[in-house]
Ligand binder design. Structure first.
Ligand SMILES: Nc1ncnc2c1ncn2[C@@H]1O[C@H](COP(=O)(O)OP(=O)(O)OP(=O)(O)O)[C@@H](O)[C@H]1O
Ligand SMILES: [Mg+2]
Length: 252
């Protein structure tokens, strides 16, 4: 779905990405690991249009077409259905879970739904949007808290709300940078299980995560980076055993 070829990104004299090749396969959950400062977030920033690379290309394959999205601005990348959760405006703490989803649909009559909920007048389009929002909330396990204020959610539920909002925005490829950082272990497993549930509906994932003891149980394919390069790739079992990967963590 995403083909990353020979990406080089410099910050002054420092080469943060040194010729990165990576393929994010459609319908899969791909994990990216690597020590602090290895270039993971920088790579995501290049793909999502935050940084322009000095060299290399990013191709997006969708609907039987190939788009060269290298250097596209973030809103254009987003419009293709490549959604990094923090590209969506932040969660509105003082709105309910449902209202947070409808706010994403702004421009597709999301505000109409909010008014309809308050005034009890429903147009067909508004009803369909609300229905879609409820389906998404059920899928991510937030169906029971749809009318709770966002500020009252647990940290794990807020992550799930971000995921729900990405889906509401029409995401085909969801990019998550450390989705379970700081989340208690049971909830962390629940978040990765939800990623699998959403993936089963056809959404592709590209996830960066440090807590590999948890993440490795849920992903299809792993890339490992160190010092701006890919040093290993393959099935989780194989990458976990790769001496180059072990050494990169021990050597710092
Ligand atoms: N805007 C910037 N200006 C200068 N240097 C930067 C910038 N962004 C990142 N870097 C440097 O590039 C390197 C890669 O950073 P990056 O944030 O991509 O690492 P990472 O793999 O995401 O690390 P972590 O696991 O800690 O999130 C680091 O040495 C970082 O200091
Ligand atoms: Mg990072």
């Amino acid at each position: 779905m995403l083909e990353i070829k020979g990406i080089v990104k410099q910050f002054g004299a420092f080469r943060a990405l040194d010729g990165v090749d990576m393929t994010i396969e459609r319908g899969k959950v791909t994990l990216l690991i690597g020590p602090n400062g290895s270039g993971k977030t920088t790579l995501i920033n290049v793909v999502t249009g935050v940084y322009k690379p000095e060299a290399g290309r990013v191709y997006f394959h969708d609907d039987g077409k190939t788009l060269d999205i290298t250097g596209w601005p973030p809103h254009k990348v987003f419009a293709q259905g490549i959604v990094r959760t923090f590209q969506i405006p932040q969660i509105f703490q003082k709105l309910t879970v449902m209202e947070n989803l409808l706010a994403v649909a702004r421009g597709q009559a999301g505000e109409g739904v909010l008014n309809a909920m308050r005034e009890g007048r429903w147009a067909k389009q508004e009803e369909e949007l609300a229905e879609r929002a409820f389906e998404i909330l059920d899928l991510v396990g937030l169906g029971d808290v749809w009318d709770r204020y966002a500020y009252s959610l647990s940290a794990g539920q807020m992550k799930l709300l971000e995921l729900a909002r990405a889906l509401m925005a029409g995401a085909k490829l969801i990019i998550l940078d450390e989705p379970i950082a700081g989340i208690p272990i049971a909830q962390a497993h629940a978040i990765f299980q939800t990623i699998r549930d959403v993936n089963a509906k056809g959404v592709t994932f590209w996830v960066v995560e440090h807590r590999i003891d948890i993440a490795f149980k849920y992903v299809d394919y792993v890339y490992a980076m160190a010092s701006g390069r890919v040093i290993s790739q393959g099935a989780p079992d194989a990458v976990a055993k790769d001496p180059k990967v072990i050494e990169s963590y021990i050597g710092g």
